[in-house]
Design a protein around this ligand. Structure first.
Ligand code: NAD
Length: 409
């Protein structure tokens, strides 16, 4: 199932519980602005290369739009729209004053030199600079982009508009970034995993955990959960999965990937494929790599009791229905991975105030924001006897819908 179909299906499921009118549904599904640009540049060897870039601004009813920029060969308009709409519900679920957007370039960043990547980014911002900005739409990192790319974006934006670090988040610390942004999504996944295990009366110290993806999100989640006493028995990256029944040494795995670029060659008891990792007999399964990894083909094989959607859209609606029937609890992406956008918001707040928080404050505010939203979602799901995902969408769609009506159409 395509990312957009999935996002639409989840929206429809919640809309039917809410009795949303057809007109409001149409209004909330339709993006406010879709920008598609050609980015042309000269490569290092003097040839002309062209790329397609997107920025889709889905909804601004609750504030400036917010969302990552993805550099990946499979970036396409449908996927960007799906991710932009997820951002609208995500920022509303955690109740930060933003709408939702997403963007990207169809490119394999690893195939470009650093100079080419910088040029591509600056040219892309030349095209977008008049539709983004601190009070309009604030980009952030996503797959294939990082703090360095955000620094180039800030610099290029400022050439048109003057000093304004709040125009982009996920920046390096030396350029008005915030302590705690890099770890935020994975830390949020860890905090929420702990919270939901508590609700299920299963302390994290008794839990076995398998994590697909050992990049930014997966590695920080693994580190957090291991420090809380959880047993991370499997991790993986694009090179495959590593399993240790007594627990992976997450710090050693991190040091190994830093030195070698991937987990390929990291010592473990057992090596599995990424598909086999999804079917491991563990308490908690955390897909933290790609979207669409659990489908109707493999949802029946999942043996975990709890699935935490650390990636965006890892469980498609067919798989979701199967997991639900099998009483497997799913913590939805629009809350599970909202730690990143939450700390991006803290970065923007600090930039607007020319004031710097320390790491303890960022961590404390992150926990407060995520856990308050989690409690609300849990109570709503319990009260209405609906899945956590539907409850989260109800919160998100409800807040955006009410803001739209109050502001007047
Ligand atoms: P990343 O690029 O840092 O890491 C991705 C990881 O997935 C790597 O370990 C990579 O080897 C692995 N991977 C890639 N292809 C794979 C495959 N075919 N099979 C298994 N593993 C594969 O990315 P990230 O920032 O950690 O993002 C991971 C997911 O989390 C994405 O879905 C992203 O949209 C989502 N997300 C990220 C953030 C954030 O702040 N970074 C915030 C919200 C959501």
């Amino acid at each position: 199932m395509h990312a957009y179909e999935s996002a639409r299906q989840y929206f429809e499921n919640a809309a039917s519980v809410m009795d949303l009118s057809a007109n409001m549904k149409k209004l909330l599904l339709t993006p406010e602005r879709e920008v598609k640009v050609q980015v042309a540049m000269k490569t290092d060897n003097g040839e002309i290369a062209t790329f397609v870039g997107y920025r889709i601004q889905h909804n601004s009813a609750r504030g400036p739009m917010k969302g990552g920029l993805r550099y990946h060969p499979e970036v396409n308009g449908e996927e960007v729209l799906a991710l932009a709409s997820l951002m609208t519900w995500k920022t509303a679920v955690v109740d930060i004053p933003y709408g939702g957007a997403k963007g990207g370039i169809t490119v394999s960043p690893k195939a470009l030199s650093s100079n080419e990547l910088e040029l591509l980014t600056r040219k892309f911002i030349d095209e977008l600079q008049d539709v983004i900005g601190p009070d309009k739409d604030i980009p952030a990192p996503d797959m294939g982009t990082n703090a360095q790319v955000m620094a180039w974006i800030m610099n290029q934006y400022e050439k048109y508009h003057g000093f304004n670090p709040a125009c982009v988040t996920g920046k390096p610390l030396e350029l008005h970034g915030t302590d705690g942004r890099e770890e935020a999504t994975g830390r949020g996944v860890g905090l929420l995993t702990e919270a939901i295990l508590e609700k299920l009366k299963r302390p994290v110290t008794d839990a076995t955990i398998a994590i697909q993806g050992f990049g930014n999100v997966g590695s920080f989640a693994a580190d957090y959960l291991q420090r809380c006493g959880g047993k991370v028995v499997a991790i993986s990256d694009i090179s495959g999965a590593k399993v240790n029944s007594n627990g992976i040494d997450v710090q050693a795995a991190l040091a190994f990937t830093r030195a070698n670029g991937s987990l390929d060659g990291f010592q473990s008891e057992q090596q599995l494929s990424n598909a086999e990792l999804l079917a491991l007999d563990v308490d908690v399964l955390i897909p933290a790599a790609l979207g669409g990894v659990l489908t109707k083909e493999n949802a029946g094989d999942v043996r975990a009791k709890l699935v935490i959607e650390a990636a965006n859209g890892p469980v498609d609606p067919d798989a979701d229905a199967i997991l639900q029937k099998r009483d497997i609890v799913v913590l939805p992406d629009i809350l599970a991975n909202a730690g990143g956008v939450t700390v991006s918001y803290f970065e923007w707040v600090q930039n607007q105030q020319y004031f710097k928080w320390d790491l303890d404050r960022t961590r404390a505010e992150l926990a407060k924001t995520l856990l308050a939203s989690f409690e609300k979602m849990w109570d709503l799901a319990t009260e209405k006897r609906i899945p956590l995902r539907t409850a989260a969408y109800l919160m998100g769609i409800g807040r955006v819908g009410r803001a739209t009506v109050l502001a007047g159409i």
